[in-house]
Design a protein around this ligand. Sequence first.
Ligand SMILES: NC(=O)c1ccc[n+]([C@@H]2O[C@H](COP(=O)([O-])OP(=O)(O)OC[C@H]3O[C@@H](n4cnc5c(N)ncnc54)[C@H](O)[C@@H]3O)[C@@H](O)[C@H]2O)c1
Ligand SMILES: O=C(O)C[C@H](O)C(=O)O
Length: 341
Amino acid sequence: MFRSMLVRSSSSAKQAVIRRSFSSGSVPERKVAILGAAGGIGQPLALLMKLNPLVSSLSLYDIANTPGVAADVGHINTRSEVVGYMGDDNLAKALEGADLVIIPAGVPRKPGMTRDDLFNINAGIVKNLCTAIAKYCPHALINMISNPVNSTVPIAAEIFKKAGMYDEKKLFGVTTLDVVRAKTFYAGKANVPVAEVNVPVIGGHAGVTILPLFSQATPQANLSSDVLTALTKRTQDGGTEVVEAKAGKGSATLSMAYAGALFADACLKGLNGVPDVIECSYVQSTITELPFFASKVRLGKNGVEEVLDLGPLSDFEKEGLEALKPELKSSIEKGVKFANQ
Ligand SMILES: NC(=O)c1ccc[n+]([C@@H]2O[C@H](COP(=O)([O-])OP(=O)(O)OC[C@H]3O[C@@H](n4cnc5c(N)ncnc54)[C@H](O)[C@@H]3O)[C@@H](O)[C@H]2O)c1
Ligand SMILES: O=C(O)C[C@H](O)C(=O)O
């Protein structure tokens, strides 16, 4: 996977410089912390980050079971050192010096639940973890995976504001799994090689707030409106499809770890000065009237360098955009209210 990640922008001269620095050993030191590292997402994500040559130090934090995960992953003969930290008392050490913190801590859905049903438990977990981040690694980029992402990102922003260190360029809701799904489903219907497919996904990360822009998909394909409607619905329901298939044993973990590793890799490339790193993410935004919105984002040395505008939408997508706004607005407000109570 990481070979292909590196190859993606291999045409640029800058990438060649970065590659040369790998071989001379001068690629920057980067500490990545995973909070919730012993969980269903955390473990495969720890594995994938251990395989990433951009990582020099991998810090695995959870409330339980991290010594085993760290010992296991730590035997892999790749660049990063691995340290496991368990329990509140060790959270400071897990975070200190982190350049990137990835948060998959919290409970997953069971069949019949919405992501918002996780709010009561996960909001508190995210609040505590973000309070510690503000104290121990206030300059780190944050990749928020814990659901409901539409609310947990605004919670993190409010906690960081209260701590006086909020930098909107550094806070990301991870929506990469929606893009991964949209690419897979589109390739199947369009009969094009999946590795060549690009599909932006905008809005948020729950049900109708997930809006894939198949009108901008490449390679282009002449799909009927029925097929495009079905593809949109399948992308919006992708998480539920996995939750139901797992029948009470959790939600997407392996595809999420893959998506989380892709997004983290993009953030590290941005930090390292690789040009033209663009991914979709749920960030503070002014491209609609909503204060947080997922769209294409250019990543750079300080995190978000530019929130790209939406580009031309089909009539179907314009309707989808208007339809998602009330739910996304209320999820954002719920997060803001929780963080300030
Ligand atoms: N953004 C996305 O696209 C996406 C995709 C899949 C899952 N998710 C979400 O990711 C979260 C985790 O899913 P999972 O399947 O890995 O769940 P899981 O239950 O398998 O793992 C969660 C881990 O978090 C840990 N944890 C709980 N409280 C913690 C705390 N205070 N500090 C540190 N760790 C803590 C648990 O011990 C556990 O190991 C869920 O909220 C799920 O809905 C998001
Ligand atoms: O669906 C879920 O609850 C998990 C995650 O948000 C997903 O999209 O797979």
